[in-house]
Design a protein around this ligand. Structure first.
Ligand code: DGY
Length: 329
């Protein structure tokens, strides 16, 4: 009996066969089809008995394809003795311990660049929505509020001071877009980025204090948890807006809830949360926050480009033993 989730017949207990590609999480359907068409592929998340598969067939897996949400955890890595490559569909890879992987001779790739524009577009959209209160205005019209009273005045975006927390590819793309709004731009990153015309501030708190809005684009992972702390939100101030398209863990979520409830910041637009897909009730009930279901890269064009790049990484590894876009470091 073939195991459900496998593209070729795998009989429990049969001798190891080479070159299985393990699909760790649900992926783009086109990417799943392409992988299944080219390689002996196993969809781990669909297996009825994942442990039995790993015990009997873990040594057949040479490459794993996963998403930023799932990564490849330590236990899974340990169950795959011949694993040589972890291919991430997405730019984030903080759910895989890259240092540990490399120590085991496993290379790791992600899909950089192809989603930069889309994520930056959404960050700017979130900023405009939060400051001009577009989603709140939409709710107002739908609820019949317009017939009773005008919508309350919002905050102008043009000419404002915007801080970018993390000036990587996405942060720079956000900044380039905001130049068109005549904004005054500043950023905070570990070290000043050479050749950019924006003001560098050494801490998130100093950046927040110098800005009307803070856009979080820093890569998630170790050392970034709670970077946007209660003190940073306090520094942003009662007129300040927060936009997060990075990782939920970068923002101290309880501190954000408290700041919104107390009016210590004016509003927020959030595409990411600490415990996705769960959103704290206080945020769901707040009229001051724009809530998005982690869709920064979710357009047909971008997801297809991400799928294509992930596939090309698998192809390169299977043909030549190296990855096309290995993660830095
Ligand atoms: C990623 O690719 O890591 C992003 O979170 C997608 O939106």
């Amino acid at each position: 009996m073939p195991i459900p989730g496998t593209t070729t017949e795998i009989t429990p207990g049969a001798p190891a066969s080479p070159a299985t590609v393990l699909q760790v999480s649900p992926l783009l359907p086109g990417l799943e089809r392409a992988l299944a068409g080219r390689y002996r592929t196993v969809r781990l998340h669909e297996l009825p008995d994942r442990d039995a598969f790993l015990r009997d067939h873990g040594d057949e897996v040479v490459a794993a394809v996963t998403s930023a949400r799932f990564g490849v955890g330590d236990d899974l890595m340990d169950a795959l003795p011949r694993l040589g490559a972890i291919v991430h569909f997405g730019v984030g890879y903080e759910t895989t311990d890259v240092v540990r992987a490399r120590a085991r001779g496993i290379d790791v790739s992600n899909t950089p660049d192809v989603l930069t524009d889309c994520v930056a577009d959404l960050a700017v959209g979130g900023l405009i929505d939060s400051m001009r209160r577009l989603s709140a205005a939409d709710r107002f019209v739908r609820a019949g509020g317009w017939t009773a009273a005008p919508f309350p005045l919002a905050t102008r975006v043009s000419g404002k001071r915007v801080g970018i927390l993390g000036l990587g590819r996405i942060g720079r793309a956000v900044a380039r877009r905001l130049e068109g709004f005549g904004t005054e731009l500043a950023y905070c990153s570990r070290t000043p980025v050479p050749g950019v015309p924006y003001r560098h501030l050494p801490t998130a708190e100093a950046l927040a204090a110098a800005c009307d809005a803070l856009v979080v684009t820093v890569a998630g992972g170790a050392g970034t948890e709670g970077l946007v702390s209660a003190a940073v939100l306090e520094a942003l101030g009662p007129e300040g807006h927060l936009v997060n398209v990075a990782r939920g863990s970068v923002v101290d979520e309880p501190a954000l809830v408290a700041a919104l409830e107390a009016g210590r910041i004016a509003g927020a637009a959030l595409d990411v949360f600490a415990d996705e897909p769960h959103v704290p009730r206080a945020l769901l009930e707040s009229d001051r926050v724009v809530l998005l279901p982690h869709i920064a890269s979710a357009t047909h064009e971008t997801r297809e480009a991400m799928g294509d790049l992930a596939l090309r990484n698998v192809d390169r590894f299977m043909a030549e033993g190296v990855l096309l876009t290995p993660v830095p470091g």
